[in-house]
Ligand binder design. Structure first.
Ligand code: F6R
Length: 608
């Protein structure tokens, strides 16, 4: 969701800015722009893709040693060239990621002082505000500091000024931003992927930090102007990790990376490793001690991972578990209980609602917090007492796939660790679970081999306008995840139901035009599910059944069966989500949608 790149270097930064934007495309955007200083300020904007911006830059033969660039995901004002960043005030240009909540008030007071607004954005208010500060504080860094102190809301910004051509200023609060220390200059961006082209040495800015980037170095200050040192990290990401390679789309690549991602995430139990609270941090044993309940907070796909974990935590660890959508929890009056372990799940670690829900739980006195996250230095990780970093690698496709299955792996480990601490995991059981976890990458690989058959199903699906997904027990959240995947990338309307709910309403929707997808593992609920499927067939509904070997659901007219490997016990949801990911991917391919960047969606939802 919006992306920023800033660069000052001894060589031409335009290709670096454009390549950085390309690497941030996955976050979701609808327009792009850049501004560079080369004697005077030049700005280019395009109400479309980065490729269009690059063509404009080529045509103008733009070259400069300092610049800022941006991909915009519209919040204030429609996607258009006029609203695209950078926004300019006098000789000053600003790019911004986030939402300024008090921008109307700032705008009114600036208009009263004679500033004229050309766009509908909140960002333009920042540009004019910084410009207005320069009247009394001619130092650009100081002017930006004073201006940001007046902003309410979330921001990551980059600022350039014609009158001050040897430095770029960046600042962040709420929205991600990191610095890159390169051989030829200094850089800043919304995430590491944008900077791997020039450096792996990065500095994560904290909320409220302001930094000045110069050719010969940088400095960071707090909102009161006090200087701070921030640690330099060497990113372990390789540039290859964000390349498409042999695949057509990132989503496809990421679906097929799942065996590897799971193997990496579960590395600590490979070989002879046992289940231990240590997997969640040095203080985990102490923090887990006395935990009587679990509260999971998350959004979207990560929320679905939490829903699966509820079945595991209650049945295996016998711990009462509640799973809440973060945007609901943060605003509702709830009853806090101190002996709760608050588990926040987030691929990006920057989701505004999940971060706010975590902070809210802490203000209610729940200090035992654990982040399950794919980005080590993210805001959510830093805000949590304990952390488990899934090692899925960068997930670029907007639709979350490998992040989801690695979250499930982490949650399975958590379930077993809590069960063990509570004396509910006999040695033989632990070994059985460990064997299943170690074998999981191979089991997932086998499911991936079903792709050609799923592709055929997808052909029939793509012409449908609606679809119904059914599941029971711990596979009900998998049905929900399947429906979410299908709707977000193929735009086919899809709903998921716990199969037992069918006759309480949704059965009315079933007819020959409504495909019904059933997640049918050979578990204790199979017989119940079979009865639900009969109800669908009796109304002429066409069934697509993902059945484990041994499910004994006969294929017949209107009943299509795809046989999965043998039933995989507790971890079966990890296997059953794979065909649903493939089904939506191939349905989207047939429909010709933008698989990796579905309309209206952003990868990292850093605003409410
Ligand atoms: C769906 C999807 C979203 C995210 C949600 C939370 O494919 O990716 O539903 O799961 O926006 O994002 P994170 O996990 O980054 O907090």
């Amino acid at each position: 969701m919006c992306g920023i790149v800033t660069a000052i270097a001894t060589n031409n930064v335009v290709p670096v800015l454009l390549e950085g934007l390309r690497k941030l495309e996955y976050r979701g955007y609808d327009s792009a722009g850049l501004a560079v200083l080369s004697g005077s300020l030049s700005r280019l904007r395009a109400a479309g893709r980065v490729a269009e911006l690059a063509a404009l830059a080529d045509a103008r033969q733009l070259s400069a040693n300092i610049g800022i660039a941006h991909t915009r995901w519209a919040t204030h004002g429609v996607p258009s060239e006029r609203n695209a960043h950078p926004h300019i005030s006098g000789g000053l240009a600003v790019v911004h990621n986030g939402i300024i909540e008090n921008f109307e008030a700032i705008k009114s007071s600036l208009e009263a002082r004679g500033y004229v607004f050309e766009s509908e954005t909140d960002t333009e208010a920042i540009a004019h505000l910084v410009h207005s500060k320069l009247e009394t504080h001619p130092d650009l860094f100081e002017a930006v500091r004073l201006a940001t102190n007046e902003l309410v809301g979330a921001y990551a910004i980059g600022v350039l000024a014609e009158a001050d051509p040897f430095r770029a200023i960046v600042a962040r609060r709420g929205s991600p931003l990191l610095l890159g220390i390169g051989e030829q200059g200094m850089y800043a961006a919304s995430d590491t992927a944008a900077l791997l082209q020039v450096t792996r040495k990065v500095v994560y800015l904290e909320d409220g930090d302001l930094a000045e980037l110069r050719l010969d170095g940088y400095r960071v200050v707090r909102p009161d102007g006090e200087a701070v040192e921030r640690e330099v990290h060497l990113s372990s990401l390789s540039a290859d990790a964000v390349e498409l390679g042999q695949f057509r789309h990132y989503m496809q690549k990421e679906i097929f990376e799942q065996p590897q991602a799971l193997g990496n995430t579960l590395e600590m139990i490979a070989g002879g490793g046992a289940i231990s609270p240590q997997h969640f941090g040095a203080r985990a044993a102490e923090i887990f001690d006395g935990v009587r309940r679990v509260l999971v907070l998350a959004c979207g796909t990560s929320y679905h991972a939490g829903l699966v974990a509820r079945y595991w935590l209650e049945s295996v660890a016998k711990i009462p578990t509640t799973v809440e959508i973060a945007s609901e929890y943060r605003y509702r009056e709830s009853v806090p209980e101190a002996d709760t372990l608050v588990v926040v799940i987030s691929q990006s670690g920057e989701t505004a609602d999940t971060l706010a829900a975590l902070k809210h739980a802490k203000t209610l006195g729940m200090a035992r917090t654990l982040a399950i996250c794919n980005v080590p230095e993210s805001a959510i990780v830093r805000e949590s007492a304990l952390r488990f970093i899934t090692r899925a690698g960068p997930e670029i496709g907007v639709a979350s796939t490998k992040a989801f299955t690695t979250q499930l792996a982490a949650l399975a480990l958590l379930t077993l660790a809590l069960a063990k601490l509570n004396g509910r995991l006999p040695e033989a059981e632990e070994q059985r679970h460990l064997t299943a976890l170690r074998h999981l990458p191979v089991a997932v690989q086998k499911v991936l081999e079903l792709e050609p058959e799923i592709e055929k199903w997808a052909q029939r699906f793509a012409s449908k306008e609606h679809a119904l997904f059914l599941g029971r027990g711990r596979h009900w959240p998998i049905a929900m995840e399947g429906a979410l995947k299908l709707k977000e990338i193929s735009y086919i309307h899809a709903e998921a139901y716990a199969a037992g709910e069918l006759k309480h309403g949704p059965l009315a929707l079933v007819d020959k035009d409504m495909p019904v997808i059933a997640v049918s593992p050979a578990d204790e609920l199979l017989e119940k599910l079979k009865s639900n499927l009969q109800e669908v067939r009796a109304r002429g509904g066409e069934l697509y059944v993902f059945a484990d070997a041994g499910s004994e659901i006969p294929e017949s007219e209107g009943v299509h069966i795809l046989h999965m490997p043998e039933h995989y016990g507790m971890l079966s949801p990890v296997l059953h989500v794979i065909p649903l990911q493939l089904l939506s991917y191939h349905a989207a391919l047939v429909k010709g949608t933008d698989v990796d960047k579905p309309r209206n969606l952003a990868k990292s939802v850093t605003v409410e």
